[in-house]
Design a protein. Structure first.
Length: 272
């Protein structure tokens, strides 16, 4: 089931022209959101923030804006069946909304952490890093290689080896009573969850620094995690690759405190 161009479709097939730029070039803008309490207006859902990011991308590319009232109608229709929605906009303004379930092992990931592979290679560097587009091949390749190596995430790096983000989220590191996250100037995606966490930390007068993640800085972190709008905050217990392995404490109290500050509590695995 999916919503496309103003209609709900119950099939598993989407009909596109062979000349569609979304098909040929990945020319789409998209965002993925988690719906809390079956409401687009709930604070944690961040519906307006997700729409604004897509709107800015569409405007930057000089594409046609979608009918936002119809987009909301499609999202309202889909959220009755799915807790996670992917909203995609084509260059001519067509909307396409799909749904999926939360990862079945999400609570375990949040509790025990995950392993990540350091994707050091030019083929894993995203183009148009500040925009969430359908051209997601570098991230897809990085994730596939990470899974082949037995871990569930990939950490993208720049030419100097500085850590940027994961294939699906933004990075957070903790040391000396301060949270660190790579700056937007480092060519990373301005994640909606990243913005939410930064705003919340600042509002709570918590120390947070946006600085490049050099090898030296990474080695000094007591704990690291990644965030996105679906998984919230997930600790990274080990990072492998680049000729060495690094371990971090996935149960560090700072991560639990960050979840509480952000409004997640212990778990929202099954939104009501």
């Amino acid at each position: 089931m999916f919503w496309y161009d103003g209609k709900l479709n119950t099939s598993e097939n989407l009909k596109l022209s062979i000349a569609d730029p979304g098909l040929l070039y990945g020319a789409t803008a998209f965002t993925t959101l988690r719906v809390y309490h079956r409401s687009l207006d709930g604070g944690l859902t961040q519906w307006e923030a997700h729409c604004r990011r897509v709107e800015r991308t569409v405007a930057a590319f000089h594409w046609s804006q979608p009918d936002w009232e119809r987009v909301r109608l499609g999202a309202e229709t889909m959220l009755a069946a799915y807790p996670v929605l992917r909203l995609t906009i084509f260059p001519d303004g067509r909307e396409w909304i799909t749904g999926r379930e939360l990862p079945p092992d999400l609570e375990e990931r949040q509790r025990r952490g995950i392993g990540a592979w350091i994707a050091d290679g030019s083929q894993y560097r995203r183009s148009l890093a500040h925009y969430k587009t359908g051209n997601y091949l570098p991230c897809y390749l990085a994730l596939q290689e990470a899974k082949r190596r037995g871990v569930s995430e990939a950490i993208l790096v720049d030419e100097a080896g500085n850590w940027l983000e994961t294939a699906t989220g933004n990075l957070w590191g903790w040391r000396d009573r301060c949270w660190y996250t790579p700056p937007l100037g480092a060519e990373i995606l301005p994640g909606v969850m990243r913005s939410h966490l930064l705003e919340t930390l600042h509002a709570q007068r918590q120390k947070v620094c946006e600085l490049p993640w050099t090898a030296q800085r990474v080695s000094e972190f007591e704990a690291i995690a990644y965030s996105n709008s679906v998984v919230e905050i997930v600790p990274i217990a080990a990072a492998v690759g680049a000729g060495r392995s690094r371990s971090f404490d996935p149960t560090h109290g700072a991560i639990a405190a960050l979840r509480q500050i952000a409004g997640f509590g212990r778990s929202h695995h099954h939104p009501a």
